[in-house]
Structure formats: C-alpha cells, structure tokens
Ligand binder design. Structure first.
Ligand SMILES: Cc1ncc(COP(=O)(O)O)c(C=O)c1O
Length: 384
C-alpha cells in the first residue's frame, strides 16, 4: 500500500550544492542597478568591483593587510591560479578527503609534477591535519563539498609555519568561521554559500603569500589569466577591482545584492546560525531514523553546508540505484531538486544547508524524504 504523501511542501525545493539557492529575497528586478553595456573600467564599474571586494572583507572579517581579488573561472580558476603561481618553491603536502581535493592533487602531482606528499582520507573521514608538516606548502579543502566533511577549526595549523597554507574554502566561506591568520591563500566562488553566479572566483592572499609571489618565479610558463605579478611585483590593481579580463557586471551586481542580504541577516554570524539550523534539522532527522545517517564519521567534522547522507538499511539491495531512485522521486514531486550524491561520492544524498536555504523548507522536505524512502523500498520489494 502506498504511503500517504506529506501534506506540506517546501516553498523553495532548491537544495543543490552549486549553484546554490539564490537569496530568499531574490528577484531579477533587484539587479537593475547593474551598469550593463558600460566598461568595467569606467568609474561606475570599478566602484562596483571595489565594493564587492571591500564588502567581502567586511562581512568575512578578512584582515586589512590581506589582498582580495576577483578572478576568472569561479573557484577552480582561483585555486589553479594559486597552485600555478605559488607552488614549486618548496615541497608540498596535498590533503584530500573528497573529489575536489583529489582534483587539486592531480593538478599538483600529475600536471605541475611537484614533489608532494599526498595525504588522503576516505569519504566520511578527514586527514589528520595535526600530522602535516607545515614547513611544506599545504593544500586542502576546508569543507569537502562531496563528502560533507569539514575542518573543525584551524588549531592544527601552526602560527610559525614556514610553508603556505592554500585552502579551497568555496563551500565554507559565509557559513563557517575561517581563521584568517592560519590561511595564506583562500578561495571561493560566488555561486556557493551566497547563491551568486558562477562566473568569478575570489582569491584571498595573506602578506606571506604576497611575499612568495614577489620573491619566487615558477619554472613553468603562466598564461595571462593566471598572472598575478609584473616585473616581480604584485599587480595591485587586480586586488582593487581592475580585473585581469572582463567580468560580468550582472554577476557582480548579483553578488553585491547577496552581500547586502547577508548583512540584513546578521552578517557572518547570522549566516552561520542559518546554516547550523538547517544542518541541525537534518542531523535530528538522522538521529530519529535508523535507516539514514550522515556520511561524516565524526560529529566535529560534520558539514553545515553540504550535508551528505547515506542509507543504512540492510534491506537495500543496490545502494546506488536506491539513492538515485529516492532523489528522482523527490525531484518528480518537486520537493527537493538536485539532491543526489556527487557522481564520484558514495551512493546517497546531498542536501545543501547554506544560509540562503530556509530552515522551514528543510523541515518541510524531510517528511518527503521519509516518504520517498518508503516508496522506493516498497518498489524494490515488489520488483524482487
Ligand atoms: C570544494 C570545491 N572546490 C571546487 C569546486 C569547483 O567550483 P567552481 O565550479 O565554482 O569552479 C567546487 C564546486 O562545487 C567545490 O565544491
């Protein structure tokens, strides 16, 4: 017998882990102040780009002596720009606990062919960051978007390190506290926690990272799109809004609107509280149901943005097919879009909990998850 469908539906069923849900107040009309059809180098464009940088600094609490640049190609662009520009001066340590971190390992080991120690952990686990040699350059992903495992804090990173720390924080920035004094390079994309557009990446450099850029020239050629220095000096303009190439002023406007909204919900503190409340609703659901669990093994490393779930019912005969079928049912009902686990991750679901998602929508979606689980189990039994 079919299980009764829940009565209520989420108002917004968008739980994708990127691009993530737009801000709750989103309306295309809010972008009408974008200087479209104007040069990004005109005063109006430059002012918007500079505002995007300074508002980011203000909301995230980034120190005044750190450089913040808007760069091409979203988070990938920002990370690769850092890897290609900074690595090779000393040994590297590559830390990965899911697919994006693994992608940076490939870049460094197979493409750049840098002498690197590779430390990996299985999905659900994390590398022991206290056992890393911080006199090497250390590359890691703060929040593993495809495993739902995050750094609990930066305590393992010593203040007196010789190497640089290069941190892909794309699914952490605006949802988790980032210890700026422990991070020399930090990257993120607008498309993640603030639900912006994917065109551009943010590259944040500590004074030590700038020092490296100005004192070290990699042995390999750098395309124009990656070049951060000229004649051995940092190109300051990049960090004041004079972007390397043409940005989308529509995407910039969208980001500025999202930053305004972020401020209206209490800035970083408010955003963290929203993500925590969303994730908490799912953790409570997992605690109340023995057929589903968080992929993160240790509660201290559980993500509050990309919450990854696995089905733990031994009656399930084909885990991958089961998870796909659940996600398909939820999508067909229009109650949860894009919640299948990432293609390289273990079978399961991934539900985005960043601050643009409303807790009421998570709460309205969860009974549907229980419904889809029961229906899929019944269908499996029927097919057997
Ligand atoms: C941890 C991490 N790194 C990098 C990326 C790639 O980001 P983008 O597509 O914005 O370049 C993603 C996208 O989901 C991610 O989650």
């Amino acid at each position: 017998m079919a299980m009764q469908k829940p009565a209520a539906r989420p108002t917004n069923p968008r739980f994708s882990s990127g691009p993530c849900a737009k801000i709750p107040t989103f309306d295309l009309a809010n972008l009408s102040d974008a200087p479209l059809g104007r040069s990004h180098r005109a005063a109006v464009g430059k002012a918007k780009l500079k505002a995007a940088i300074e508002e980011t600094r203000d909301i995230l609490g980034i120190p005044a002596d750190y450089k913040i640049g808007i760069v091409p190609a979203s988070d990938t662009g920002a990370v690769e720009m850092a890897l290609w520009s900074l690595l090779g001066a000393r040994k590297a340590t590559m830390c990965a606990w899911e697919s994006f971190g693994a992608g940076w390992v490939t870049d460094v080991v197979k493409q750049l062919k840098i002498d690197a120690e590779v430390k990996t952990a299985d999905y659900g686990e994390i590398v022991d960051m206290a056992a890393v040699d911080y006199d090497t350059d250390v590359v890691f992903t703060w929040n593993g978007t495809t495993s739902g495992v995050r750094m609990p804090n930066g305590d393992a990173i010593p203040a007196d390190r010789e190497g640089l720390t290069i941190c892909d924080a794309t699914s952490a920035a605006f949802a988790q506290d980032l210890p700026w004094d422990k991070l020399d390079v930090t990257t993120f994309s607008w498309q993640k926690v603030l639900g912006g557009e994917a065109a551009h990446g943010m590259l944040i450099l500590s004074p030590r990272a700038v020092e490296r850029l100005e004192s070290y020239t990699p042995a390999w050629p750098l395309p124009k799109i990656f070049r951060l220095t000229k004649g051995g000096k940092l190109i300051d303009g990049i960090f004041e809004g004079a972007t390397i190439n043409t940005p989308s002023m529509l995407a910039v406007e969208d980001y500025l609107v999202a930053l305004d909204w972020a401020r209206s919900v209490g800035g970083l503190k408010g955003l963290i509280a929203r993500a925590d409340a969303n994730a908490r609703a799912i953790f409570d659901f997992c605690d109340a149901n023995d057929w589903i669990a968080d992929l993160a093994e240790d509660a201290a490393t559980r993500s509050n943005t990309s919450v990854c779930l696995k089905f733990t019912d031994d009656r399930i005969t084909d885990g991958a097919a089961f998870a796909k079928a659940v996600a398909k049912r939820l999508e067909a009902e229009g109650v949860a879009l894009d919640v299948g686990a990432y293609r390289d991750a273990p079978a399961g679901l991934r539900i985005w909990c960043g601050g643009t998602v409303e807790t009421a929508d998570i709460e309205a979606m969860l009974p549907w998850l229980a419904w889809a689980y029961e229906e899929t189990l019944a269908a499996q039994t029927e097919a057997a």
